[in-house]
Design a protein around this ligand. Structure first.
Ligand code: 7PJ
Length: 259
């Protein structure tokens, strides 16, 4: 899954792809490099980021969904927590809804239930503005597991079949540095839920803070996390550096296919 950020303030590609032409060339490049899903995000969820109005998010995301649909044969994922953005994106051909709030905002459950697209439920403790202020768990893995079980249950009761659900433990979303690495080390545990797992660590602070490196120097760290996640059964790896990650995944599968 290649990340296409369309927010002016998203941290690692800071507004470079706000314009249509740039977005198209970025998508072309990511597909050539091996991305099979493009994740469009119109709301920055980095800690402390400004909130985005529904109209702004709609006007950033929906034209891109239409454009990508018209020009490419690739799965389109929309990273949003707003029911209206979900609905409009689905109407214009989005293939996956990726919600860092796991459909907890108003009307989101209904919108997804009334469609047939898969949805990624991500775990977040707290909310983006404050989530990194001293996150606490009784037991990190058990707490996140319980959250997934509850959200899967709520989704199923709302009419979203289990077959449509993808889970994501939400690296960096209300987790300390240690907790993020503990989570990565135990990622395979979530496979007991019998659902596809998405892992998103690309260029995140968990890498920057460990290595003391700025965003443009986090490739080696990002690749290491991608490999560790894939080795534990992650099915979708959400990344900025598609070419390098696709190479790493090819090498990994050459090994695992010959085991
Ligand atoms: C994630 C996401 C993630 C899923 C972002 C960033 C922050 N969606 N959207 N998982 N992260 N499913 O890319 O650093 O980890 S935005």
């Amino acid at each position: 899954m290649g990340i296409l950020n369309v927010t002016p303030d998203s941290f690692s590609d800071g507004g470079k792809y706000t314009h249509t032409d740039a977005a198209i060339s970025q998508v072309t490049k990511m597909i050539e490099q091996g991305a099979t899903i493009i994740d469009i995000g119109g709301e920055s969820t980095r800690p402390g980021a400004a909130q985005v109005s529904e109209n702004d998010e709609l006007s950033r995301v929906v034209p891109l969904v239409k454009l990508i649909k018209a020009h490419f044969d690739v799965l389109i994922s929309v990273d949003t927590s707003k029911a209206e953005v979900m609905a409009e994106s689905i109407n214009h051909g989005a293939d996956i809804i990726n919600d860092v709030r796991a459909l907890q905002n108003e009307h989101c459950l209904e919108v997804v239930a009334n469609s047939n697209v898969p949805v990624c439920l991500m775990h977040m403790q707290g909310l983006p503005r404050t989530m990194q202020n001293n996150p606490q768990y009784d037991d990190l893995i058990d707490d996140i597991m319980l959250f997934f079980q509850q959200r899967i249950d709520v989704c199923q009761k709302a009419g979203i079949a289990k077959e449509r659900i993808i889970i994501d433990p939400g690296f960096g979303f209300g987790k300390t540095l240690e907790q993020n690495y503990q989570l990565l080390g135990h990622l395979s545990k979530f496979k007991v839920l019998g659902l596809p797992v998405l892992s998103g660590t690309s260029r995140k602070s968990m890498i920057g803070n460990l290595l003391n490196k700025e965003v443009e120097h986090r490739l080696a760290g990002s690749l290491t996390t991608a490999i560790l996640a894939a080795q534990q059964g992650a099915n979708i790896i959400r990344v900025h550096d598609v070419e390098e990650t696709a190479d790493a995944m090819k090498v990994l599968s050459a090994v695992t296919q010959n085991l």
